[in-house]
Ligand binder design. Sequence first.
Ligand code: AP5
Ligand code: MG
Length: 214
Amino acid sequence: MRLLLFGPPGVGKGTQATLIKNKYNIPHISTGDILRQAISEGTELGVRARQFMDKGELVPDDVMIGLVRNVLSSCNCENGFILDGFPRTVAQAEALDAVFEELNFQLDAVIYFQVDENEIISRLSQRWTCRVCKRIFNEAVDSIDRNAACPECGGDLYQRDDDKPEIVKQRLDVYNQSTMPVRNHYEKTGELIEINGVGDIREVYDRILVTIEK
Ligand code: AP5
Ligand code: MG
């Protein structure tokens, strides 16, 4: 099962990737999570990435392509993987095609989540994430208390710096300008599958399962 989850910020890529990962026991490779981890560890990658992420901009292609090539070459991916947040530019998509060819991997599906912008803005303003287990919550959907500990593991909950309204707007603009054209890339290859990302989290998950089981 080699899946690519694709779509604007806040459509539910991370949420759905966690459910798919638990069902199929395959790695979830999220470039955003890798970069946030690098920032929290203060590595060279983290210091460089932070300048872009804090402004809602994309980390340069050369950095991201090198990073993903390394991760895919060394991950435990024999039974598959879920790639989330990459590619985000046409150059990244073309580089990924070349990496897949080198590694003799073939994608099974590119799942594109369809969610309108007002819903995205509302979801991101209510997102809380656990620092320890990384579980993603939504204040409205999961009825969590933002001042309490993570209901899963007792870790601290935090709000992402790039979920501030002005940065969310910038991320959406960057998506529309630089990432949307990646959709055409996968339409041409015939791998793109569009899923309605609105509705209960389990409902969206069931839609994905029906599609990938086909
Ligand atoms: P990244 O971390 O990838 O962020 P993103 O793509 O903007 O997407 P998000 O993680 O914000 O949203 P999501 O779709 O995962 O939604 P989630 O499941 O959390 O990237 C961050 C930054 O890193 C980028 O801006 C860039 O700077 C850099 N970067 C990363 N990759 C890069 C690359 N390839 N090239 C260059 N730069 C790169 O859900 C959101 C909320 O909605 C949660 O609260 C959740 O509980 C809730 N929710 C989920 N599903 C539902 C539902 N069905 N109904 C109601 N609420 C729901
Ligand atoms: Mg995410």
